[in-house]
Write a protein that binds this ligand. Structure first.
Ligand SMILES: [Zn+2]
Length: 85
């Protein structure tokens, strides 16, 4: 039996490769705001440790990324509030 192939994706901040399902899939909308993946268009991934440690706020880390992550913290804070309620 062949090993099941697990889709692997890369976190844009730390460039760590992880299973796709362990990563948070995001995209940039037409207003250049980071939003959760809407099912179409280009997307990118963020790993849980970057979310936890807020590595995406580190300018040195994100300098080379051509995506504006400035509203990401706000987006993720919204998720935490939703989980609590
Ligand atoms: Zn990461």
């Amino acid at each position: 039996m062949r090993a099941k192939k697990v889709p692997i994706r890369m976190c844009i901040v730390c460039r760590k490769r992880e299973e796709q399902k362990k990563l948070l899939r995001l995209q940039v909308d037409e207003n250049e705001k980071v939003v959760f993946y809407q099912g179409r268009g280009r997307s990118f991934y963020l790993c849980s440790s970057c979310i936890e440690k807020k590595t995406y706020l580190n300018k040195k880390r994100t300098r080379k990324i051509k995506i504006n992550l400035s509203n990401l913290e706000e987006l993720l804070e919204g998720v935490k509030i939703n989980v609590k309620n």
